[in-house]
Every structure is written in structure tokens, then in C-alpha cells.
Design a protein around this ligand. Sequence first.
Ligand SMILES: Cc1ncc(COP(=O)(O)O)c(C=O)c1O
Length: 412
Amino acid sequence: MINKKKKIYLDYAATTPLDKAILQTMLPYLTFKYGNSMSIHSFGMEASLAVEAARKDLANFLNSKAEEIFFTSGATESNNIVIKGTVDAYYKKFGKNAPKPHIVTTKFEHHSVLNAFKTIEKEDLAEVSYINISKDGFIDFNELKSKIKKPNTVLVSVVYVNSEIGTVQPIKKIGNLIKTMRKDNIYPLFHTDATQAVNYFSCDVTDLGIDFLSFSSHKIYGPKGIGALYLKKNVPLKKLFDGGEQENGFRPGTHNVAGIVGFAKAIEFVIKNKNKDFVRLKTLRNFFIDKVLEEILDSNLNGSKENRSPNNCNFRFKNIEGESLVLMLDQIGIACSTGSACSSSSLQASHVLLSIGLRPEEAHSSLRITLGRDTTKQDIEFTIEKLKQSIEKLRKLSGSVLTDYFKKYKGN
Ligand SMILES: Cc1ncc(COP(=O)(O)O)c(C=O)c1O
């Protein structure tokens, strides 16, 4: 029997809890191993050795070289460094008066990618293409191909796993396409935001044909405020920040040593748990999706059920306001969301849901539930029951509000 006082967290795409064993590995670096990694004394050496060991662990995970890993504060920063730095590098190489470069992304990227593209577009620094998304949640590959063909294309950025609907994009296929189109040229370069992919999918950059990859620790049970960027050796990128020599000058500023150590530990656990987590969560997720679609009238799944992150469910419920449902479930002790945490305070309909062709009112009736390592079958069964009850209540409420409105309207 489930303890109704226990809170159920179903928002793992927003962030994950910090694993206790990871916290243990971080604690010495928050207490007595407090050296600055750039100092030449023993405290500094201790910190520097920890940072370099972590860099090797991340490189091993990505099948890259250690010197190709750069620590940042998170995926938002990694994405900005790549996108803005690539355009800057182009102008640095070819001069201010060079023909405008062309950069390509999709309509359903995380805001840290999409808004970086929009800024460049607003500043008139590049020609920008936003690739359409199918109603199932996948990029239009032929459109992508035709856009990449433009001779001035310098960057293609495609999210690996979408943060709201969890659909998985054909990264290897895009990587291969770009390789064949690049010929002897260095351009176009290929970036993927793999923030939501790291837990479950291969991030072997050599195999996938990737030049830049962004990821973040707090999505994989590590600490917040630490992320990384894989930057392929010799790829042109202009530095955005001025400062010291940390991260080869690409990301100056004192290392977050405890965060870096925790991030590496989180990667170690991803490697260990990946297959087990994938199979267990996919089974739970499918059980959840099937039950909801079967038992809740007028419910639909947003995005394909196939090729979807094993932890992601995103539903829409007719005549339901997603925010109200999130708040009602929160009162019961179930935490979920309507979409990306970064834009959940915005009243605008999700750009991801609009990109798959939903009408604004359909987008507003959506709910994202994302599972994680601590999610149990009991949690899911309890959530289904509470979801059913909450939707029934909200529909009755909206029904009576409408009835009152029509009575009043008729009365007038
Ligand atoms: C796909 C994707 N990219 C980037 C980010 C931003 O990551 P961070 O919080 O590390 O800046 C997120 C977080 O929600 C995300 O899901």
C-alpha cells in the first residue's frame, strides 16, 4: 500500500535528485580538499588531479580525447559557446565582409539553442533555417538535407532527445550525411544537444560523427551548475569569454571541483546503469501510457510511442488546462510539469508542441510526466488513479463554469 504522505517526483527531465553516493564523492572537495586547481601548491595539485581524472572519465564515456572535453556551468552555456563561437570563428577566418554564413537548427530545440539562433538572426550575423518537425516528433530529414546543401552552411544543431516529448532524432544518420557533404571542407560542423540523451543512448561522438556535444550533470543524478562540452580537436571556434587559462581559455573561471568530481561519478553510474534503466523504465513508461490512453477519455499521447526516451510520457487531455492539472497533482504530492522547466512560467503555448502541429489550446492541455531511477510501479499506479480523479474533477469544474457562463449569457 502506498504511503500517501510520500511525495512522488515525476519530473526527471527537469532535474534529477543528487545520488547520495555522488554527494559522498563530492564532500571532500567541499570541505578539506578546497584547493584552487590552478594553484601550484599541494592543495592546488590535489584539485587539479581530480579535475583531470574527471575529464578522462567523461572522454572515455564519449569515446573522445580528454583534451576535447571542456567543463562549463551546464548545457545552456555549452550550447551558447558552440553556436555563437562558430559564427564568430567564421567571421574571424573570412573577415567581416565575408558572405553571411548559414546555420541550421530545428523548430523544437531547447530554448538555450533556439534563442541563441534567434539572437544571431536578429543581429543579422547569419542566415538561419529552422527545420520542420513531423506530427510524430521527428525532424524532416529531406528538408534538413536540402538546407545543409547550401554552400554557406557552417553549423547544424539538432537536439538528440527532445526535452518535452522525448522523441529521439537520427543523430548518426545526420552525422553521416554531414560527413559526405563536407568533403574537404571543415564546414558544416555538427552539434547535438545531448542533455536528455546521456542517461539512455549512445553518446560515442566518433561513431555518431559529432563535432560538438553539450550535456549537463543535473539530468543524470549529479550536482547542478556543472556541465560539459565536447569540442572536436582543431574545429574552429572563437572563445566567448575573457579570463584565465582554465579549460584552455574557452571557459575561464575557477573550476567547480566538487561539481566536476560529482559529474564524473554520475557518468560512471550512467555507464553502469544505462541498459538496466532503459529496459525497466521503458516497461514502466509503456504501462503508464497504455493505461492512461485506455482509462482516461479523450486523452492522447504527444509524439510517437516508438523512438522515444524510455522515461518520457507527454499527454494531452481534452478540456483540461495543463497548469491546473499540475497544481492539483502537486497538492496530492505528485510533481510533474507541462513542459520544459525553463519556460514553465511563460503563458505562451509550448513551441515544441506547436512544432508538431498542435493547436495552442491542445498544447495548453498537455502534461509531461518523466520517470527516473527511483520511480516504482506503485508510484505509477497511484499516479494513474490520481490523474483520473483530477481530470474528472477539472472537467466537471470546467463544465460547470461553462454551464454558468451559458446560463448567464442566455439570461442576458
Ligand atoms: C535538451 C536540453 N538542453 C539544455 C538544457 C539546459 O541545461 P542546463 O540546465 O544544464 O543549462 C536542458 C534542461 O532542461 C535540456 O533539456
